[in-house]
Design a protein around this ligand. Structure first.
Ligand SMILES: Cc1cc2nc3c(=O)[nH]c(=O)nc-3n(C[C@H](O)[C@H](O)[C@H](O)COP(=O)(O)OP(=O)(O)OC[C@H]3O[C@@H](n4cnc5c(N)ncnc54)[C@H](O)[C@@H]3O)c2cc1C
Length: 587
């Protein structure tokens, strides 16, 4: 079969904030850049980010990047790599000012400076009073950022392959990554996009769980492509459950709602966070608040006929604040619950939100793999940025507002590294004839006619399994059973077919390939969770309730082959300042 082939300096898979920030940097440096996205770029999940992006601008309260760094290290439950965290927090103010110059319409203070709001886990002076650090464009910050970045990319002449689905990476015999095979969703035709460097920016994998805040397209495709190419995934047991999803539905109510002064109530009308986090209360770190809500409900202090949620109270803020600072939240709650949050509290429960783990990288965005005891090496030609990557700035728990920052800072850093690399790499490396074979086999596999289980049914079964077996609280028996169920689903998927090729042909093939990706990332998640016998950040084991720094202050690495677990040390040493050694974490 002959296949269309195109060549670029750099291929970026993913047009969310991470991919577009990298693309802009590269296009502005006159590199030839292709961006592939399975949805139109401005529909990437970044568009849904509400609350804002952290930077120590000190527009509202005194602040500096070193305090931001401390909060991030503590928020990560000391599993974050401190060199990358220092790099990110120092770069934050510049990243935000750059956005301002790209045209992002930030909300403003009366002084005209960028508006900042309080978010969870942020403090002044290394654990003191609440800091006000999150820069916001009302409650539509991601929308503003993504649209501005897209427009700037159009201006810089980035080449877009809109609505193309990347199937698999291609590499040569030396293990050098040289682009990817993608499918044009409209026509079903494959295309080989050859590149000197490839950046994965495919976002997170929230679709692993039934109740989640993520876009339907967040199916972990880049992570699974890396796994299939023999690259292990890092820290996948750490999945963030956001405390305030709309109960039973999962849509996100931004932490900014509590930042503006909202608070949680249980069935007894009690502000229960005072018991769990006496200082930070409702603005404790997300893992802490999610566990508190789940515990209140489990112990019979929930709200509603089934006692299965708690309430988020905003009505005391006054309708002016709600309309001005949280207009999108108000719209959403009125649409889905038919109540006005400026008058009636919102029923909420934790919902799957953010993938802390991902493709291991260094702070230049280069994908790295272990070579021997503790040492690691960059994989030639391959980079990863954004939520699909694990750099690792979020460690065991991400702070709200740090993910938009992560995608901007490391999108830019990876692009700068690629620009240096391209100067030395003037010509394309030869691509072996059979390089696209694995991708073509996957495409052909979902072209076969036959009768089997429905893909949609298997996807629901997977999401339910993950919710029941890998949720907020975990233990060995439940996780082991979860792992067995995921393995069984994997076998069932191998026997499944798309039985009606005449109907929704290409989209059905994509759903099948997405499910393959989901199953492999589910396996990484549940296996890593089973292996880690401690509680740290978002990973909470009832059978191992304490953090165990002696045995577990290390990153996990899951490989698809034999479901092997490996570990590597945390980079405790920052770039210029002193380390923050692990301490007991209270809020
Ligand atoms: C509802 C919500 C609110 C949030 N609010 C905040 C916030 O206020 N502050 C904050 O810091 N963080 C927030 N986050 C987190 C943050 O928005 C995300 O982590 C971040 O935007 C991810 O950006 P990304 O570029 O990595 O990926 P995404 O924006 O998810 O983009 C992924 C891209 O990859 C493409 N893609 C994926 N697979 C393929 C494939 N196989 N082929 C081709 N293309 C592919 C998609 O088309 C898309 O373009 C929020 C997240 C959610 C879900």
């Amino acid at each position: 079969m002959t296949m269309e082939k195109r060549s670029f300096d750099t291929l970026i898979v993913g047009a969310g904030g991470g991919g577009l920030r990298a693309a802009l940097q590269l296009s502005q440096a006159d590199a030839r850049v292709a961006v592939v996205s399975k949805v139109f770029p401005t529909r990437s999940h970044t568009v849904a980010a509400q609350g804002g992006v952290n930077a120590a601008l000190a527009n509202v309260s005194p602040d500096n990047w070193h305090w931001h760094m401390f909060d991030t290290v503590k928020g990560s439950d000391y599993l974050g790599d401190q060199d990358a965290i220092e790099y990110m927090c120092r770069a934050a103010p510049r990243a935000v000012y750059e956005l301002e110059h790209f045209g992002v319409p930030f909300s403003r203070l009366d002084s005209g400076k960028i508006y900042q709001r309080a978010f969870g886990g942020q403090s002044r002076n290394f654990g003191g009073e609440q800091a006000v650090r999150t820069c916001a464009a009302a409650d539509r910050t991601g929308h503003a950022i993504l649209h501005s970045l897209y427009q700037q990319n159009i201006r810089a002449r980035t080449h877009f392959f809109d609505e193309y689905f990347a199937v698999d990476l291609v590499q040569n015999q030396q293990g050098y990554f040289l682009g990817a095979v993608a499918m044009d969703i409209a026509s079903g035709e494959p295309i080989l996009i050859e590149a000197k460097t490839t950046i994965l920016a495919t976002g997170g994998v929230g679709q692993l769980f039934r109740t989640n805040t993520n876009a339907l397209v967040n199916t972990g495709d880049g992570m699974a492509m890396a796994l299939r190419a023999g690259i292990p995934l890092q820290d996948m047991e750490f999945f963030q459950f956001h405390p305030t999803g709309i109960a039973g539905k999962g849509m996100l109510i931004t932490e900014g709602a509590r930042g503006e002064g909202g608070y949680l109530l249980n069935g007894d009308g009690e502000r229960f966070m005072e018991r769990y986090a006496p200082n930070a209360r409702d603005l404790a770190s997300r893992d802490v608040v999610s566990r508190a809500i789940a515990t209140e409900v489990r112990e019979g202090r929930g709200v509603g006929p089934n006692g299965d949620h708690v309430l988020l109270k905003l009505d005391h803020l006054g309708s002016d604040i709600v309309k001005k600072r949280l207009p999108g939240i108000r719209d959403m709650v009125m649409t889905f619950l038919h109540i006005d949050p400026a008058e009636t509290p919102i029923p909420v429960y934790p919902t799957a939100h953010y993938t802390m783990g991902g493709i291991p990288t260094n702070r230049h965005g280069q994908v790295v793999v272990p070579v021997q005891q503790g040492a690691e090496e960059p994989v030639p030609g391959l980079y990863a940025v954004g939520e699909c990557a694990c750099v690792s700035v979020h460690g065991a728990n991400r702070l709200g507002g740090n993910s938009l920052l992560d995608i901007l800072v490391f999108g830019r850093a990876a692009a700068n590294h690629v620009i240096r690399h391209l100067k030395e790499q003037r010509y394309h490396q030869p691509l072996p004839e059979d390089a696209s074979e694995p991708a073509m086999q996957r495409l052909a596999r979902w072209n076969r006619e036959g009768k089997g289980e429905s893909i949609a049914g298997l996807r629901i079964a997977l999401a339910k399994t993950m919710e029941e077996h890998c949720g907020v609280f975990r233990n060995q028996d439940v996780l082991r059973e979860g792992q067995e169920k995921v393995l069984a689903l994997r076998e069932r998927l191998a026997e499944a077919y798309i039985d009606d090729h005449s109907q929704v042909f290409n989209t059905a093939r994509i759903e099948a390939m997405e499910l393959e990706n989901l199953v492999d990332t589910a396996l990484a998640t549940v296996s890593s969770a089973l292996a880690r016998e401690e509680s740290r950040g978002a990973h909470s084991r009832i059978d191992f309730p304490e953090r165990d720094d002696q045995h577990w202050l290390k990153h996990s690495l899951f490989s698809l082959e034999d479901l092997k677990m490996d570990y590597k040390p945390v980079r405790i040493k920052p770039l210029t300042v002193e380390s923050f050694p692990p301490k007991k974490r209270t809020y």
